[in-house]
Design a protein around this ligand. Structure first.
Ligand SMILES: [Zn+2]
Length: 216
């Protein structure tokens, strides 16, 4: 069995399976390899179990194949592979059509859609409620949907365009409210609630389904 050995001044042996399902062994400086491997042998059941669960939990990259479904504004639409098609990704309201590629084409499509559909919402809420922001940047971040700096620069994750419009609105309003309240105080949530009385449903949608927006 392959493993990575890390020796140190520790007194005991320990085993760890990392995220790539590799075995990491931590051992005292002078412990013999024979003793270490004996220990690994004794723990082989645990190692097998743990490493197979790590393999199972590894995020699987989706394949960009015919019929595979992709989210857009909260609904799922199938992908049609059409190599005769023009380059890039197109959407006709019912089906995504792709000639070649995959991830980059979807990212470009979602970013353009976010600019067209979501950014006007940001301007709308800002004007209507007198919430003044400075700059807005579009990003894709692993865990963050949006942020607002002390200088009132707003970052928004454009993959949010995969979520229902009410969720997009919620994140936009959430960040706009941070231009007034730099925290998640009672006053902050009160302001969010004044603008979007049903924001709690969107907040829990993100909690429950947010991981699906990272599945590209
Ligand atoms: Zn916040």
């Amino acid at each position: 069995m392959d493993y990575q050995l890390i020796r140190s001044q520790r007194k005991t042996l320990s085993l760890q399976i990392n995220q790539n399902a590799e075995l990491i062994v931590r051992a005292p400086n002078r412990l013999s390899v024979k003793k270490i491997e004996q220990f690994i042998d004794e723990k082989s059941d645990w190692i097998d179990k743990k490493s197979s669960s790590m393999h199972a939990n590894k995020p699987r990259k989706p394949s960009y194949t015919e019929g595979k479904k992709f989210l857009y504004l909260g609904n799922e639409y199938p992908l049609n592979i059409d190599t005769a098609n023009a380059k890039g990704l197109r959407f006709d309201g019912q089906t995504f059509s792709l000639s070649t590629g995959g991830k980059q084409e979807f990212l470009a499509y979602y970013k353009a859609a976010f600019k067209k559909i979501a950014l006007p919402r940001l301007e709308y809420y800002a004007k209507k409620h007198h919430l003044n922001y400075n700059q807005v940047r579009l990003k894709t971040q692993k865990t963050l949907w949006g942020s607002c700096s002390s200088a009132n620069n707003i970052n928004l994750n454009y993959l949010l365009i995969m979520a229902p419009m009410s969720v997009v609105d919620y994140v936009i309003v959430h960040e706009l409210c941070h231009t007034i309240h730099k925290n998640h105080s009672k006053d902050f949530w009160h302001l969010v609630g004044q603008i979007l009385p049903n924001y709690k449903a969107s907040k829990s949608w993100l909690k429950e389904h947010g991981h699906k927006l990272q599945n590209l």
